[in-house]
Structures are given as structure tokens and as C-alpha cells.
Design a protein around this ligand. Structure first.
Ligand SMILES: *Cc1c(COP(=O)(O)O)cnc(C)c1O
Length: 306
């Protein structure tokens, strides 16, 4: 039997129908234009109403590899990745299990994000924080799978970033070939950046804005590229100045910035990731970090949750 086609189109018969390639839209913004810089928005938030942005790009190859097995993955109580996985499970009729960081009692009643996961049919399995930290150790993982009654499950790591996911994100870079000099995106695990950079053409560079504090991401992206491609690919760098104190942290200044961006451009700005990346890009433009004539594409990796 011939292999099914690679990539998201392999899922089309199931009815998911991603909108790919996602639109690339020029926007007029004086904070860039003043420095001779052109700004484009890569609207990955429009790929699918529920499997949004890079979550689609990372999940699609894993859904295919799961081949109908229960898909188990990990996340915090507000994880976009858990939400997307649960939605994919509902849409594809695939059983999903979400292993959630923190004791069950602390999470009841469920917050809106976890409630939505449960409504989509995801079975939630709560584990204490110290076990959660050790979840990638083989013995701990085996114990978690056993306790969750999921020994045969297809396991996707936290944030969805494994080698298949990274390779899936190459397509994002390929869609941007010939369209921009610099491609900026917000990073959590760095999986999207690792794939994007590999998909760009020579001469293009990717710029990652970590939303977590700690400066560990450079090593993570290298490791992800090693596992997906066997070595470093493409030109990429990180700017660690725009995490605002860490994941889900914000300041009144960031909130005002995001509201203003929404009003200027009619774009709903997702706050955990996208707002920080856009803020960083404006700051860089105003510092003169981009030479006149540069075209910058900002990847809109997600949308505010409904
Ligand atoms: C998950 C997520 C990211 C981070 O992607 P990584 O591949 O983990 O770096 C960025 N933006 C949005 C909106 C996300 O939901």
C-alpha cells in the first residue's frame, strides 16, 4: 500500500481542512515606516478556527503518526496546546488524554480552558508538580502512563514540540520564502522557531522572542534541530528582552500596547505570546535594529481564546 501523503493535507479526508498557506498581509504602521521598514503579518491564526496557528502545524504530523491511537500529552492549566489537542481529538474522533500539572483539587472547579478540553472529550489526568517536572524521565513517564491507564497511548511532549512537529513547522518557513528578510515569532518551547528557520531560504533570518524567562531556549532550539534534522539549520537568533517577567506575566504597558495594536490594525492580539513578540518588534524598529529597506514578517501564531 502506498504511503499516505505527508503534511496536513493528509488529514483533509477527515474534514479538518486547514487554510494553507496562511495569508501574508502588509500593514501600514508608522513605527516601522518611519525607519524604512515594511511590516507584514503572517496570519497563522487563520489556519483553522480551533487548531490555531503553530498548534496546527505541530499537531498535524503527530495526529497522522498516532494513526487512531489515543493521543496523550502534557500541559499547564492554561495550555493552548492542550486546547488544540482536545479540539483535534473531537474533530477527528480520536481519544485524547491531557496530563495536567498540579493536583486535581487545586484545579476544581475547572478553569474555562480545562473545561473546554473536557467538553471536547479530553480525559484529564492531574499530577503533582514534582512528578510533572520529571515527566520526561523514562521511569516517571512509564508510571504516569500506567496511572492514567494509557500504556498504549501515542505520547506527544509538553507544548507539542517533538521532531515531527519541528519538521511540520518547516512549511511555515517555506511559505515565507522570497517574502521577508526577517521573520519574527514568539517562542515557548522553541519548536516552531526550530522548524521555521529550517524552512526559510538562504539570506532570510528568523528572530525568536521567548515569552519565558531563563535564557535556556537557545540550547532547546539547538537540541530540537538536532533531533529533527541532525544539526543546525537556517539562520536564527533570540532576543530575550521581552518576556515581561515570564510566562503569562504582563504589565499595564504591555496591555496598553496590545490594545493599541488591536485598534490600529483590527487584529485580535493574543496576550501570552503574540503581544510580547509585537512589542519586541516595535522596540527593535524604534532602536533602529532593522536597516531601511528591510521587510519584517511577524508570525501571528495564535488568537485570543473565545
Ligand atoms: C504555543 C504557542 C507558541 C509557542 O510555540 P513553541 O513552538 O512552543 O515555541 C507561540 N504562540 C502561540 C500563540 C502559541 O499558542
Amino acid at each position: 500500500m502506498p504511503d499516505a501523503p505527508d503534511g496536513p493535507e493528509a488529514l483533509d479526508p477527515t474534514g479538518l481542512r486547514p487554510g494553507l498557506p496562511s495569508p501574508l498581509c502588509p500593514v501600514a504602521d508608522g513605527r516601522f515606516a518611519r525607519h524604512g521598514v515594511r511590516l507584514l503579518l503572517k496570519r497563522d491564526d487563520l489556519i483553522h478556527p480551533e487548531l490555531i496557528g503553530n498548534k496546527w502545524r505541530k499537531l498535524a504530523p503527530n495526529l497522522r503518526a498516532a494513526a487512531g491511537r489515543t493521543l496523550l500529552t502534557f500541559g499547564g492549566a492554561y495550555s493552548n496546546h492542550l486546547r488544540a489537542t482536545a479540539a483535534a481529538g473531537r474533530l477527528l474522533g480520536l481519544p485524547t488524554i491531557g496530563v495536567v500539572r498540579g493536583d486535581e483539587l487545586a484545579h476544581r472547579p475547572l478553569n474555562p480552558s480545562l473545561a473546554r478540553c473536557a467538553a471536547d472529550g479530553m480525559r484529564l489526568h492531574f499530577i503533582d508538580r514534582s512528578t510533572y517536572r520529571r515527566k520526561t524521565e523514562p521511569r516517571t513517564l512509564a508510571a504516569i502512563l500506567c496511572a492514567a491507564d494509557a500504556r498504549d497511548a501515542y505520547v506527544v511532549p509538553e507544548g507539542g514540540s517533538n521532531a515531527l512537529a519541528v519538521r511540520g513547522c518547516q512549511e511555515l518557513g517555506a511559505e515565507l520564502r522570497g517574502h521577508a528578510d526577517v521573520v519574527a515569532l514568539a517562542c515557548g518551547t522553541g519548536g516552531t522557531l526550530a522548524g521555521l528557520a529550517a524552512g526559510l531560504a538562504p539570506g532570510q533570518r528568523a528572530l525568536g522572542v521567548p515569552v519565558l524567562k531563563g535564557g535556556f531556549l537557545d540550547a532547546e532550539v539547538r537540541a530540537l534541530q538536532d533531533s529533527a534534522f541532525g544539526g543546525r539549520r537556517g539562520t536564527w537568533s533570540l532576543d530575550d528582552r521581552f518576556h515581561f517577567g515570564g510566562y503569562a506575566r504582563a504589565t499595564p504597558e504591555l496591555d496598553l500596547f496590545a490594545e493599541d495594536f488591536e485598534q490600529r490594525h483590527g487584529l485580535p492580539v493574543e496576550r501570552l505570546y503574540v503581544a510580547k513578540m509585537l512589542y519586541g518588534l516595535v522596540a527593535l524598529a524604534e532602536e533602529g535594529a532593522f536597516a531601511p529597506g528591510t521587510t519584517v514578517a511577524a508570525v501571528i501564531t495564535g488568537a485570543p481564546l473565545a
